[in-house]
Write a protein that binds this ligand. Structure first.
Ligand SMILES: [Zn+2]
Length: 164
């Protein structure tokens, strides 16, 4: 899916976790939002990839788009590294990444510069490159932009508003 939809999904995860961890709301929210777009550091055309383009070009060369950064191993590695800093923030980072993988697992693209080709994510990478997923939502299509994005953004805002 597009970066804005990933951010809305990450916001939903972030506000849920922030609601349960008073005092750490901001870092938890930031970690969930960052996690939600982190897997797309594997393409220089993503929100994060544009800002980190020397790194994103390298990751794209090595793993390909929707490669290793879209796997369970990546979720575990990123969460474990952040765990050394702060366990609650690590859980938010992991949750954010999971929302990204779930969204990409049910979306498909036509392989333009901005969207992945085909559907699914390689959950079992590096054991297998086989992609797992369903062709339910077209990347940047009407369902994503007119239903999922506004619905998730409003849902996150509603929960977030209650926290303030
Ligand atoms: Zn992705």
């Amino acid at each position: 899916m597009m970066g804005r939809t990933h951010l809305a999904l990450g916001a939903v995860a972030g506000v849920q976790l922030a609601a349960q961890t008073p005092g750490l709301g901001l870092p938890i929210m930031a970690a969930a939002l960052f996690g939600a777009i982190l897997p797309d550091v594997d393409t220089p055309y993503s929100k994060l990839g544009r800002r980190l383009w020397p790194l994103s070009r390298l990751v794209l060369q090595v793993f390909g788009h929707r490669g290793g950064t879209h796997s369970a191993a990546f979720v575990l590695l990123a969460t474990a590294l952040m765990w050394l800093v702060s366990p609650p923030v690590a859980l938010a980072l992991g949750a954010g990444i999971l929302t990204h993988l779930a969204a990409d697992a049910i979306s498909y693209g036509h392989g333009t510069r901005f969207t992945a080709r085909g559907a699914g994510v390689p959950l079992l990478w590096p054991l297998s490159d086989r992609k797992t997923g369903l062709r339910l939502v077209k990347v940047n299509g009407a369902l994503e932009n007119l239903v999922i994005l506004p619905w998730m953004a409003l849902y996150a805002a509603q929960i977030g508003w209650a926290l303030i």
